[in-house]
Write a protein that binds this ligand. Structure first.
Ligand code: HEM
Length: 328
């Protein structure tokens, strides 16, 4: 008789996953305690605001800190009203991060995973406290994905340089899981009421609360990812058609990664519109030509133009328009 996986209620599944991540945190902490992040200097005001630090870590410490981020993220997702499709993308990114950081083999069937004790949910904190914490927690998951994606893309590039196409394909697929997770984590951070963001969070990211206004451009993990993407495309600069003719699987894997990167840019536009409507961002000069949405649209267009010839369904209208603008 065919067996079917028992459907699990969404919050129960998230509580199970959070409890499992909590057990992993305990097991990893037993080997060596977590590094006290507050004791490390922040590299930027943005890092200090989002409670992110950089430092040399052993493999065990890197795994512990990654799983701590995943644990907090899962805990918050038990309550955050994230859509089902984003929940799946963020969970896939978290799973990949745990695999990459612990070096565990994937593949244990859900039925064979031993049950974990799920603690009773803690008494509810005030909603405002939850929303303010969520803004940081979602950003931290985003940073984790940025850094893991940068490593996966850099691995793929190295494998390509050494002629190991199969290994490159695997790491490109891992990178794509993370990049598809970027807008999911960004949306998770933003599952706070837009009114609350405008009234209570936004001003804490601008002077006088901080010395300089914060902008997404300051995220160093994200810059690492962009640099890794640039290096990858310097190794495989071929058009989609050329690459598909000599290495079809590589053309598809590169295409999936680039599509995910374009969609991330597209979703940032609509997310910013939902949060700040037509306002200029806090990081923009009041007299500048653009508001946040327009700036993010330009970012999307530049990326789509750059990738148009590299993917199967490229945005050639935009590529032509951008080429025309740069010649005029
Ligand atoms: C969790 C991740 C992120 C979230 C939730 C997020 C959300 C937002 C929001 C709400 C705004 C409007 C800001 C305001 O005026 O209040 C914005 C603007 C912007 N974001 Fe992001 N963002 C994220 C990551 C990034 C990253 C990694 C970049 C990297 C390029 C970026 C680039 C920008 C830019 C260029 C703007 C408009 C101009 C500016 O503020 O500099 N964001 N974002």
């Amino acid at each position: 008789m065919a067996t079917h996986a028992r459907p699990v209620e969404r919050t129960d599944a998230l509580r199970q996953a959070a409890a499992a991540a909590g057990e992993l945190v305990a097991a990893l902490s037993a080997l060596a305690p977590a590094v006290a992040g507050e004791g490390l200097p922040a590299e930027s005001i943005s890092q200090s605001f989002f409670r992110v630090r950089e430092g040399e870590l052993s493999d065990q410490q890197a795994a512990l800190h990654g799983v701590l981020v995943v644990h907090r993220g899962l805990d918050d997702l038990c309550e955050a009203p994230l859509s089902g499709s984003d929940l799946a993308l963020e969970a896939a990114g978290m799973r990949q991060a745990v695999l990459d950081l612990t070096g565990a083999e994937p593949g244990a069937a859900p039925d064979s995973v031993p049950p974990v004790a799920v603690p009773e949910p803690a008494a509810g904190a005030a909603l405002e406290t939850v929303w303010s914490a969520r803004w940081l927690i979602g950003h931290q998951v985003h940073v984790l994905f940025n850094v893991c994606a940068a490593v996966a893309v850099a691995d793929a590039t190295r494998h390509l340089r050494h002629g190991d196409g199969d290994a490159a394909l695997l790491r490109l697929a891992d990178a794509t899981v993370y990049v598809r997770g970027f807008p999911a984590a960004m949306t998770h951070a933003s599952t706070v009421p837009a009114d609350y963001y405008m009234a209570a969070i936004r001003h804490t990211m601008a002077p006088p609360s901080v010395d300089v206004p914060l902008s997404g451009r300051q995220h160093r993990g994200y810059k690492l990812f962009r640099a890794a993407m640039k290096d990858l495309l310097s190794v495989v600069p071929d058009s989609y058609e050329q690459l598909a003719a000599r290495a079809p699987e590589l053309a598809e894997a590169r295409g999936a990664l680039l599509e995910a990167d374009i969609v991330d840019g597209e979703r940032h536009v609509t997310l910013a519109y939902s949060m700040v409507h037509l306002h200029r961002s806090i990081a923009q000069k009041p007299e500048g030509p653009d508001n946040a949405v327009a700036e993010l649209r330009h970012m999307r267009h530049r990326r789509a133009a750059k990738y148009a010839s590299l993917i199967r369904f490229g945005d050639h209208y935009i590529a032509d328009a951008v080429a025309g603008l740069s010649h005029s």
